[in-house]
Write a protein that binds this ligand. Sequence first.
Ligand code: DQQ
Length: 603
Amino acid sequence: MGVLGRVAWAWLVLLLLIQQLAGASHVVYDDLDEIEAAAAAAADGVPPSIVNSQLRTGYHFQPPKNWINDPNAPMYYKGWYHLFYQYNPKGAVWGNIVWAHSVSRDLVNWVALKPAIEPSIKADKYGCWSGSATMMADGTPVIMYTGVNRPDVNYQVQNVAFPRNTSDPLLREWVKPGHNPVIVPEGGINATEFRDPTTAWRGADGQWRLLVGSLAERSRGAAYVYRSRNFRTWIRVRRPLHSAPTGMWECPDFYPVMMDGRREGLDTSATIDVFGHGHHGDASNQKIKYVLKNSLDLRRYDYYTVGTYDQKAERYLPDNPAGDDHHLRYDYGNFYASKTFYDPAKRRRILWGWANESDTAADDVAKGWAGIQAIPRKVWLDPSGKQLLQWPIEEIERLRGKKPVILTDRVLKPGEHIEVSGLQTAQADVEVSFEVASMEAAERLDPAMAYDAQRLCSLRGADEKGGVGPFGLWVLASARLEEKTAVFFRVFRAPAAGGGGKPVVLMCTDPTKSSRNPNLYQPTFAGFVDTDVTNGKISLRSLIDRSVVESFGAGGKACILSRVYPSLAIGKNAHLYVFNNGKAEIRVTKLTAWEMKKPLLMN
Ligand code: DQQ
């Protein structure tokens, strides 16, 4: 044994001794090699490398190597789900972008096909950027995507592609007709900020419409409407569907949702088919609302509003006039360039979103991979009509192990935590319902923070003692809690004036202690959860996947995806706890934790 080995063993023995003295009998060191490696590195002052295969996700979608970004043209066709995505076949940083293509029967197990769209014509010679699929009336899918056609500047045009063989359910080959590009930046449009065509929808007049994201004058993000009868000739409507002073709008998405808490999804053109009104989605159609989502290039988050669509005027109007200040996000964490599609097989709308890495580009090159897709989420309108609800697609539950660990009716006194033991939790699904006995201790919400959840959370992280909360989960935690990612709630009391003293729930992910590795981006992420906690009840679900923590608060009212890279809490050494760092007692009514299996990802 070398000097390093002896130091490591001495460190480990000392550690075990301290643990025993402290009576922490829950610590199980079942992988001595890993512990020894970690201990050796710690003794040396160097955390183990981030290039650890155990940090690769187990059940999130990612190819075996290289860079990925935006999901493109998700669709269901003849019994198969299709996912295309932005992919660099040559490395782990953005560049050389093609459309990679994978297919699945169940949105969980995937088979990779060869790239579907690659630079091959003048109109996409320098890049095949994001786009969407539309099902035409005869059931044939068509793809519209952005092509970059000049090397010097990112000059952007919109192209169309059709399947070579519609009887191939795998849609392996795509043909770009010679008349591409079909939309060019004319009439004062900024050619370098003009991209990401949406799924098209058909109006009462039989014409197709789609949106292209852009940047208009005075830094306004804009979604331009283009109309066509045949996917070949497209005419722009002069005024955009909507715009706001936010900077460039990437990857717009626009779709109808049902009101009254109905969870079924709607086809993007479905209003007439569903309700037979003939109003076709105009403001008088009481059963339908519309969602407009934009990916804000400046902030790199996906914001949406709920509103009405007046097709005659070709305008969208958010219900909440403050909506354009962008309070609502699909996800308050790392989630960008998302896209929904209507799944006719299960009559639901599904959301795909990209999560980038939070390490350095040099780490990504060393790892050989970067980027994942979040677990697909079903989306529908909350019964209040004010926001969306999101929930991981039910199919993901098939990956749950047979024997969950269940805790019921456990009280967490101020400052207490309980380990959830008896299963590996590096790759797990955890559902927990909490009950707060009294809101008496809730801290007063500073009005200056009333719209700045993220700042509030960064000032009052998981280790900052509070009144009601912080309480929640420590995931990907090391046995001695040197490393942990906290996913938690904190309940405030709104100022009496204006807020009527009502409880205000903050949901937060705090990864500031998630790793001993340096140079990681570890922002706290947070959102306010518009939920009624007068009965003291609130739920949380976290999908833990080695370097991903994807959480759903209050049944999907707020979601936070975070990327973390533990150096100790890896593989079998990842622990899970429920904790309470507030003054109020918290009851864990029920906690269920499942190990998650690895799906087939034949990429
Ligand atoms: N990614 C694509 C663009 C899009 C951006 C290029 C958003 O089409 O605007 O890879 O991440």
